[in-house]
Design a protein around this ligand. Sequence first.
Ligand code: HSE
Length: 428
Amino acid sequence: MKKEIISIGILGLGTVGQGVLKILQENKEFIEQGIYPYKISLKKIADKNKEIILEDKSYYEILTDSAEEVVTDPEIDIVVETIGGFEPARSLIVRALEKGKHVVTANKEVVAKAGYEILNLARKNKVHFLFEASVASAIPIIGVLSRSLTSYPLKEMAGILNGTTNYILTKMSEENRDYEDALKEAQEKGFAEVDPDKDINGFDSLNKIFILSAVAFKAKINPNNIYYEGIKNISKTDIEYARELGYKIKLLALAKNGGKELDIRVHPALIREGHDLASIGGAYNAILVHGEGFGDLIFSGLGAGALPAGSMIVSDIVEIVKDYDNYNSKFKDFEEKKVKDFKQTHSSYYLRIRVKDRPGVLAEIAGSFAKNKVSFASVIQKGEPGEIVDIVFLTHKAKEGNAQEALKEVARLECVEKICNVIRVVEI
Ligand code: HSE
């Protein structure tokens, strides 16, 4: 049985940690109305920076530079981990759970790399381990998948799960801005990871779609088998051609339930202009989920920031207080599932190929594609006739492995200067 005052400890006072502090302070009354008759009390906050500047001076009375002090404090009931990064965050979460404390985190890296083990440990210690803020900050998608969509199995998800890349693509598309310039701005605005390569190369989206797939499909999956690709290769030229063809380019995280096998991947994609996901701009995130019965549902909101992430951390705290002894209800029974071999998946493709402009070129390229069972839906030649031109192809659906073989052959043709870009077209 829980006591009337639930004590909280926070590890890490970066952007998100300070967001949690602010919400707990400013909304204390409102939060406590929701958990009546219980109350929450902030017992200790830890940050390794001894010189940290905190607006409210009263926090210095409960500030320590020892995370260990927080995870071993016998009076603390719930530990909030907002350090970020894999270690020491993972070890501290483990320590806290072993000490019988509930843990809430926004740390997608820890959840993605060690989530299954940590959930087992939490269960063994009869405590909660909740991580709503780890994916798409303000969007309560983990709650939706685990608590609300329980009448029909989920068939498919498609998400824009990285604010930094969405911001860059939006700026390139709507303001004709350069990639580097837009990235710099995203970093200044604080959406990007410390190492923005993880945003740009799709790894951040990979972690997020992996977590969502595990929760949605109750699946034990090996994330190393998920294909991911980032946006570094997307140029303003491709954005412009896509627009002419009626599409927008977005970095999509996709997951399809094929029973024993799950088709999960992250890559840039052309999606039809006018589709709800195409209109998600700036640093916003969005997730479309589809299942029989409930049909298509789309959730969108801020995917990063102190208060968006802080809000979901606080809602996890509230969930723990409300559901104190029911630690085993949310995540359990993960069944081993395979990630479908990427080469066996099917897509349509946008291909931009730079060629020598002379008779017979199209026929040669078409020959290589036909041999590998890839068929064209449309072809346009861009630019002025000259020695070298870009040809843009849209293909019908083909097997990824076949498309890759065809492209290898095409790249070897004497008339082909360069495969400028290959982007999958996604109909959702
Ligand atoms: N770097 C992430 C993004 C934010 O750009 O979406 C937090 O996950």
